[in-house]
Write a protein that binds this ligand. Structure first.
Ligand code: BES
Ligand code: ZN
Length: 460
């Protein structure tokens, strides 16, 4: 049971928790951009300091890139279960700046939302856990478990340092389960335990033609245009029924069970509202699947960036010398990133004419994740969600990826429970990212209830 004093502490400290959240969001910890290296370090120091103030013992581990923080509850008790709370302090690039209603690193309160880059992905969500643990520690309430916060600064660029760190720190990170809140829930009235994530694999494709940009009138018609060739290759990777046209791509895709389809159907979904929110004329995905299934349980191939030729003012009649594209695949159980990438690379090579030079660079990858939702820990998590949000919790799969989760399974041999607090309109990775203060508050309450629930599930 969570003592009343813990819940009272959370209530009476809300304003400071909001101020802290704004301070945290003010640090531009953009991991993709090297100009922000010192901001990442500052951000790591900030969260370590905050953990110490909350009553934990933090340690900062430098890496080749951004520091990793481990912060533990004091007086480790080997008779109690241990849980790791994972989060990331790095954020996505804020560009394009002109689409933000207020500067991305100057948090702005509007109604019950705070707008800032990284505020829901993922600063607000792990800060909510830290606040809840502070409430336990500062009220002198005895936590029924040991807790280890693990906060990294490279999630948005593939978690490279943490992937290398984990195998060497298995002992310090030994636990009964990992708790992650780097995901979302359908609505405040529909909290959900996420039991599945998609995997991801990135590649960059570059097509080179003439040794320099050419006059398209003088030379056009005699040589292949790299931009056109690249577009033709990319366009051939999807068929008219929304399937990825790569031989073997679907070989390992696990079908949704009837049970899962029933769970998914319980999630609130309004296709028209969803269409309007995304600003598209019509939805379009793989035939035979609902949008929720397409988004979470089916693999995709996306172009994330496409670059070639002249895009400045006016026109410039050239045949560009090169064209390139950044692509990512989203993968579902039981696809393997290496195998899926190999199939796509093979197909791109097959589609590419011999008139151009083709180079393909492989980027980061992460496996899809799925945990059995019937287990005792998952059931305990559902109860904590209900207690925190005041509504029955559902089961959901998510379309996004958190690659480190499968490394937790591999190295720590434990499952990860994904209890999100973000809402579908929080705009992660988009301009005007926000976090709902109602979600923040309920998320803290959920976390306060989580530790006794999970601990009792371990004792069973
Ligand atoms: N928080 C997201 C992942 C997420 C979002 C999971 C919504 C579930 C629901 C995370 O920060 C993220 O963006 N991950 C990247 C991983 C990639 C850079 C390897 C992603 O999914 O694109
Ligand atoms: Zn993200």
């Amino acid at each position: 049971m969570t003592p009343e004093s813990v819940l009272d502490y959370l209530k009476s400290h809300q304003q400071r928790f909001v101020d802290d959240l704004c301070d945290y969001a003010r640090i531009p910890s953009v991991s993709a951009q090297s100009a922000h290296t010192s901001d990442l370090k500052r951000c790591a120091d900030w969260i370590a300091h905050r953990a110490r103030e909350a009553g934990l013992d933090p340690e900062i581990f430098p890496t080749d890139r951004n520091p990793i923080i481990i912060a533990r509850t004091p007086r480790n008790d080997p008779r109690k279960p241990t849980f790791v709370v994972y989060g990331h302090y790095d954020v996505q690039p804020p560009e394009p700046f002109e689409l933000w209603k207020s500067p991305p690193f100057e948090p702005r309160l509007e109604g019950r939302n705070v707008f800032a880059r990284g505020i829901s992905d993922n600063k607000g969500q792990h800060l909510a856990h830290l606040n809840a643990v502070e409430a336990w520690l500062k009220t002198g309430s005895e936590l029924p478990c040991n807790l280890t916060f693990l906060i990294e600064g490279e999630e948005e660029v593939g978690s490279g340092s943490l992937q290398r760190f984990l195998p060497d720190h298995r002992k310090e990170l030994a636990c009964d389960a990992v708790v992650v809140s780097d995901n979302g829930i359908p609505t405040l009235k529909h909290p959900a335990l996420t039991y599945g994530l998609r995997g991801v694999a990135a590649i960059e494709v570059r097509v080179e033609g003439p040794g320099r940009d050419l006059h398209s009138g003088v030379f056009g018609g005699t040589v292949d245009n790299p931009a056109l060739v690249l577009c033709q290759i990319l366009a051939a990777l999807r068929d008219s029924r929304g399937r990825i046209a790569v031989p073997g791509y679907y070989d390992d895709v696990a079908p949704l069970s009837a049970y899962e389809r029933r769970q998914m159907a319980k999630l609130p979904f309004d296709a028209e509202k969803y269409r309007r929110f995304l600003g598209v004329r019509a939805l379009n995905g793989e035939r035979g699947f609902t949008p929720e299934e397409q988004r979470t349980a089916r693999p995709t191939l996306e172009i994330n960036g496409l670059t070639s030729g002249y895009q400045g003012e006016g026109s410039k009649t050239i045949i560009p010398s090169w064209a390139s594209a950044k692509l990512t695949l989203r993968l579902v159980p039981n696809q393997k990133p290496a195998k899926a990438i190999a199939a796509v690379v093979r197909q791109i090579r097959k589609l590419c004419p011999p008139t151009v030079r083709l180079t393909i660079r492989r980027g980061h990858g992460g496996e899809p994740y799925l945990v059995a939702p019937e287990g005792a820990l998952a059931q305990a998590a559902l109860r904590a969600l209900k207690a925190g949000f005041g509504h029955e919790a559902l089961l959901a799969r998510e379309g996004g990826s958190i690659p480190i989760v499968s490394d937790f399974k591999r190295h720590l041999k434990v499952d990860t429970l994904l209890l999100g607090m973000a809402l579908p309109d929080d705009n992660p990775h988009s301009p005007n990212e926000k976090f709902s203060l109602d979600a923040y508050e309920r998320g803290m309450r959920m976390s306060a209830h989580l530790w006794p629930e999970l601990s009792s599930a371990c004792r069973r």
